[in-house]
Design a protein. Structure first.
Length: 240
């Protein structure tokens, strides 16, 4: 619980983003919003279609190198900008593409600050919930429209599942304009679900202009003290 302001959803050329960490830092500072930190959430573990990976050992062999290179690169950037803004190392993982490789992925993201899962269905959420505390860092759902992604599950059940498993929810700029009447954003504040703000920055920095309205909305909903503090789980446990 930080109350700090972070934008945790940015892609860089490491995956499919157009702007480097340095450029993203500058663009966020130019907003003059007192943003405390930004997170890199490059898409990792994209199975090359030319060589489908069928077992965990191959999966780890294919992806371990790039995963640790990404972590090292992002940590180096964090050091360069330590005086002005915090830079976190997260990643985004496609649930449908990688749901059978959870164990090797958990090993490989050791040292990361957070993980975002995208396109998670109800089966996926219950699977993640059953093992969320075994991940080395907080895990959350990126740009999820709860009524669309979980059409057959009540929002109360979704929010309770997320709260119990400590799976965080990302308020994403694709949800802007955020509506007062949206039932999910009235259910969410009633449960202890941590919240992140994300713009899913790829090749257009205009999305950063949505940070201010998202922050305003999150504050209005009383979620300010629910903002996720991204960090490897070991630290989080020690601090509790
Ligand atoms: Zn993304």
């Amino acid at each position: 619980m930080s109350g700090s302001v972070y934008n945790l959803h940015n892609h860089t050329p490491f995956s499919d983003g157009a702007y480097t960490v340095d450029e993203l830092v500058e663009a966020h500072l130019d907003l003059h919003l007192d943003i405390d930190g930004i997170g890199m959430s490059d898409t990792l573990f994209r199975t090359p279609s030319s060589r489908e990976v069928s077992n965990e050992r191959d999966f780890e062999r294919v992806f371990a190198g790039e995963t640790s290179a990404y972590l090292a690169e992002t940590r180096a950037a964090a050091e360069r900008h330590a005086g002005s803004i915090r830079v976190f190392c997260g990643c985004e993982i496609s649930w449908p593409l990688n749901k059978n490789m959870l164990e090797p992925m958990r090993r490989m993201v050791s040292g990361f600050d957070y993980v975002l899962f995208e396109n998670v269905d109800w089966n996926g959420l219950t699977t993640l919930a059953s093992q969320s505390r075994r991940w080395p860092c907080p895990i959350g759902l990126s740009h999820t429209a709860v009524n669309v992604h979980f059409p057959n599950t009540s929002q109360d059940q979704v929010v309770r599942t997320m709260a119990n498993a400590r799976i965080f929810y990302e308020v994403n700029s694709i949800h802007v304009p955020l509506l007062e009447s949206d039932r999910w954003f009235n259910v969410l504040p009633q449960h202890r679900v941590m919240v992140a703000i994300g713009t899913d920055t790829h090749d257009d920095l205009h999305c950063l202009s949505e940070i201010a309205p998202m922050l305003e909305f999150v504050r209005r909903k009383g979620l300010t003290d629910r903002m996720l503090e991204p960090r490897p789980r070991g630290d989080a446990v020690a601090a509790e």
